[in-house]
Design a protein around this ligand. Structure first.
Ligand SMILES: *Cc1c(COP(=O)(O)O)cnc(C)c1O
Length: 387
């Protein structure tokens, strides 16, 4: 299906709402019926009906159709956060006694689920360095049911070979789930490589304007219906009509946003790489990235999220650099219009700072929609001021 069709038309039935170009926000909790027979039919299959907005809602449905098509999936569910998409995808597919093989250091709330919540239900997780397929092979136990991936990882940018992992999973009859937040479906389509379920934080590139928290999970119709009828309805974790409407609006421009960000990201990476106060820069589409070949092979683009390590001897120098930035904001999240930075030293105690540990001097940076020169000047001034 053509991208322009998905973003501009798919799922929209304009003749039903006065030929309005922008779809309505169907802000309703419930839907009424004229015939008992129709009501009964809806109850029999709530996943295909409009009964109550904790389940299906027409505005959310428009978005879900677009998101499924972007991933090349049969169906999609839209959640009120990426974290709840992770929770539902995993929770729906484990029972007491099961074992999960997860890539090392997945998103923090995936770790929380694997480390703290699932063990209470006798479900255990083994983490592996996902850069080598052997590590997955060695970690699989007779009771393993899921392989959980995140490629590229949003902190260390390590990749997993989607084709190899899905081949292994199919041999062993395991379910594969991949967090695709880094690339978005525009730049990586895990389902085409045989991955069963793909999720992402729609807070990031899908919405793209830093004003919505949401998530999406894609997979087969059968799997999405199963999750709809259990975790989705039971926990009431679906996206609201208003947020879905904002995401439909965000999607209209996703292609040009990502192109612009890709262009700027390369300029920032090249600027940082030649800088005397920079020790290293990590970005999957940089020729010096260790998994560059695989990145080019399975991703059609990379953008926005990078990390760099600055040279510094004291935590004060690192803090001065961050606090001297005038335009790049210090904040979590990414994928919006605004450039952001998170210093690694924000997650340690001040007196734990060790200048010989590069992680303490590391910055995760997100490049937004500002002009490259504007961002480079901001970085340059901050380097100059800090030491
Ligand atoms: C942000 C993020 C999530 C979680 O999404 P929320 O919308 O914040 O709940 C999951 N995975 C990755 C890689 C993320 O960056």
């Amino acid at each position: 299906m053509e991208l322009s069709y998905i973003l501009n038309e798919l799922g929209e039935e304009r003749e039903k709402y006065f030929n309005a170009v922008s779809p309505p926000i169907i802000q309703t909790s419930n839907f009424s019926f004229k015939k008992v027979d129709d009501f009964r039919k809806a109850f029999e299959d709530e996943a295909s009906a409009f009964i109550y907005s904790r389940g299906n809602n027409p505005t959310v449905k428009i978005l879900a159709q677009k998101l499924a098509a972007l991933d090349g999936a049969e169906d999609a569910l839209v959640f009120n956060s990426g974290a709840s998409a992770i929770f539902a995808a995993v929770f729906a597919n484990v029972k007491s006694g099961d074992h999960i093989v997860s890539v090392d250091k997945p998103y923090s709330w995936a770790q929380k689920l694997f480390n703290d919540i699932l063990p209470r239900f006798n479900v255990t997780t083994t983490y592996v360095d996902g850069r080598e397929i052997e590590n997955f092979k060695n970690a699989i136990e007779p009771n393993t049911t899921i392989i959980y991936l995140e490629t590229p990882n949003s902190w260390n940018f390590y990749l997993q070979d989607l084709k190899e992992v899905s081949k292994l999973a199919k041999e062993k009859n395991l379910l594969t789930i991949c967090d695709n937040s880094y690339c978005s479906p525009l730049y990586q389509k895990p389902i085409e490589y045989g991955i069963d379920m793909v999720l992402q934080s729609a807070t990031k590139y899908i919405n793209g304007h830093s004003d919505v928290v949401a998530g999406v999970l894609c997979g087969t119709k059968k799997m999405m219906t199963k999750i709809f009828n259990s975790e989705y309805m039971n926990m009431g974790i679906g996206a609201t009509p208003f947020n879905a409407w904002l995401m439909i609006r965000g999607l209209r421009t996703i292609k040009i946003r990502l192109e612009k960000i890709s262009d700027t990201t390369l300029k920032i990476v090249n600027y940082l790489k030649q800088h005397e106060k920079i020790e290293s820069v990590v970005f999957p589409f940089d020729v010096d990235f260790p998994q560059y070949k695989l990145a080019k092979q399975q991703m059609s683009g990379a953008c926005g999220l990078i990390s760099f390590t600055i040279k510094a001897n004291t935590i004060e120098q690192v803090e001065k650099f961050c606090e001297s930035l005038q335009h790049i904001l210090m904040a979590v999240s990414w994928g919006g219009h605004e450039s952001l930075i998170i210093p690694g030293c924000a997650s340690i105690k001040k007196n734990e700072f060790d200048p010989s540990n590069p992680d303490h001097r590391k910055m995760r940076m997100y490049i937004g929609l500002e002009e490259a020169d504007y961002l480079i000047e901001d970085l340059e001034k901050a380097f100059f001021k800090s030491y």
